[in-house]
Ligand binder design. Structure first.
Ligand code: HXC
Length: 513
């Protein structure tokens, strides 16, 4: 009797675990894709996955719609590096991983559990979108997921892996999560596909060009990371999680990195060219100051004029925000403001201190920027810095002019500790622009205007474009020797570890979206 029951369970298990059947599993493999369960096995610690709702089936009254145990997604819980997570992984072998009523309920249940437990939720997307045969109940399911994405935002980390199609309104759930990672040549995200584009706009565009990983990593900014293959994708998710806490009431774990917090770098100043107009790679400075040179960059290929990403300093997780003089001279523009603002808000929500490195000539001028909303978008960066109450340490390395000086974690935006290198140039305008305004008459009458301008610019730089005026006023706390940047930032982070900063109660702010 017992034996029969156990046998039945084994049969049902086997049937559920074969998803849409061997033929469709083979088809999935032949497209170079792993199955939903294979993906979860790669992501989670071995043997820790507990599958929920394995025997759920759809309850559509369409008799032509085949039933498969588990329906369109595999959901459950397990651990990553010993830490609890919940997961859902769309099963493309079951009706193309489409989302009907019951798949929606399964995903919503996993999200509810993650919220109750206070742990990250990871979604793996490989889905044909709303299940056509289930009509409005599919849309109902998505609505439930969007609501949960919103409530969970800033409470638990939400991570999406796009490893297959993700079309129509279904893309909005990933977009509401904190980080999206797409696998090259496999992940596809678009609101309307190439056929609709052709019909409406008479434009020929491939799936990859329209909504592939590269397009979203370089052009739209939808993808925070791209991976060459599924293996790399799951490795990146694990690494990302290692910098994050389980939820917004916790702090990220301290990690023993064996990199001396007092390590100095006597060569660091040489990474900065003596000529302030020469480009250089800010990543070299970041790598020198963080533990073991390990900088886990977010949005590496989008808005490259600003760098954001995670690192450790003295074993503590930090979010780095830095101008990148190698692109657009490090000027701030619409995309870089959006990129940094969202990253800062993530760090603030999850108790990750923010370290800002500044070298920017200002906001990028031009009609393109103005008409596309640099005012609206640029203000997000100010808002995000002001709003953030986590420890904030800023170091000005080179140029910090005008509004961009204020925006990049200045004292007035409530940075806690503001350092500057002796090479810092803090002023309202860059020397050349400033002298053409304040010495207009002199330049007009000068026999050799170019020479005079050069001389005046040098005088201006000596007089105004240095860190000492700001230091005299206490707006810069310490002018540091560049070689001490790492120990000085770590000491500031240690000092600020118990920082508490209260703000007036409000329902929520109204950041200029
Ligand atoms: C039901 C679907 C489905 C769907 C795919 N299938 N999408 N079933 N509803 N939305 C089924 C197919 O019938 C097929 O079943 C199996 O999944 C595999 O699909 P194929 O087309 O054979 O696979 P492939 O060639 O790889 O193409 C994948 C695809 C294509 C690009 C995703 O299937 C496709 O374009 N699907 C429709 C996408 C779409 O328009 N979805 C609605 C988006 S609107 P069999 O039985 O043959 O295995 C939306 C609204 C959300 O999602 C709103 C939220 C607010």
């Amino acid at each position: 009797m017992h034996e029969e029951k156990i046998k039945r369970l084994a049969t049902m298990k086997k049937s559920a675990e074969s998803g849409g059947g061997n033929e469709r599993i083979e088809a999935q493999h032949s497209k170079g894709k792993l199955t939903a369960r294979e993906r979860i096995a790669l992501l989670l610690d071995e043997g820790t996955f507990v599958e929920l709702d394995k025997y759920v089936t759809h309850r559509s009254d369409d008799p032509t719609l085949p039933k498969f145990y588990g329906d369109g997604a595999v959901t459950g819980f397990g651990t990553i590096a010993g830490r609890q997570v919940f997961v859902f992984s769309y099963d493309f072998t079951v009706l193309g991983g489409s989302l009907g009523e019951m798949t929606g309920k399964k995903i919503a249940k996993a999200m509810d559990h993650a919220m109750k437990v206070g742990c990250p939720i990871i979604g793996i997307i490989d889905s044909g979108g709303a299940r056509i045969q289930e009509g409005v109940m599919s849309l109902d399911g998505y609505g439930d997921i969007f609501f949960r994405n919103t409530v969970a935002s800033g409470v638990i980390p939400q991570i999406t892996a796009s490893i297959g199609p993700c079309a129509g309104g279904a893309v909005y759930s990933p977009a509401m999560t904190d980080f999206v990672i797409m696998v090259e040549n496999i992940g596809q995200m678009f609101v309307t596909g190439p056929e609709v584009v052709k019909e409406v706009l008479s434009q020929e565009v491939s799936f990859e060009e329209l909504g592939g990983a590269r397009a979203h990593a370089t052009k739209s900014g939808v993808a925070h990371f791209i991976a060459k293959n599924e293996y790399e994708c799951f490795d990146k998710i694990k690494k990302l999680l290692s910098f994050l806490p389980q939820n917004n009431t916790e702090e990220p774990a301290m990690v023993e990195t064996n990199d001396d917090p007092n390590r100095i770098d006597a060569d660091l100043i040489n990474k900065l060219p003596e000529n302030p107009y020469q480009q250089y790679d800010m990543k070299e400075i970041i790598k020198s100051i963080v533990d073991n040179g390990d900088f886990f960059e977010v949005h590496e290929l989008w808005a490259e004029n600003i760098l954001v990403g995670f690192a450790r300093m003295g074993g503590r997780s930090v979010g780095i925000v830095a101008n990148q003089p190698q692109y657009l001279a490090g000027a701030l523009d619409i995309n870089s403001s959006n990129k940094a603002a969202r990253f800062i808000r993530f760090c603030d929500a999850f108790n990750i201190p923010i370290v800002t490195l500044v070298d920017t000539p200002g906001y990028l001028p031009g009609t393109d920027q103005e008409h596309n909303g640099i005012i609206r978008n640029g203000s997000k960066l100010l808002f995000a810095y002001c709003e953030a109450t986590v420890p904030k340490v800023t170091c000005i390395i080179g140029k910090a002019y005008g509004g961009a000086y204020i925006a990049m974690g200045s004292k007035n935006l409530r940075a806690d500790i503001n350092y500057a290198w002796p090479s810092a140039e803090i002023a309202v305008l860059g020397p050349e622009a400033a002298v053409t305004i304040i010495h207009r008459r002199e330049l007009k009458n000068a026999p050799n205007a170019a020479e005079t301008k050069k001389k005046l610019a040098k005088e201006y730089r000596d007089k105004f474009a240095n860190p000492y005026i700001a230091a005299e006023k206490g707006i810069i706390d310490v002018v540091i020797d560049p070689m001490e940047t790492r120990p000085m930032i770590i000491q500031a982070l240690n000092a600020l570890a118990n920082k508490k900063e209260a703000r007036p109660w409000k329902k929520h702010g109204n950041i200029n979206l």
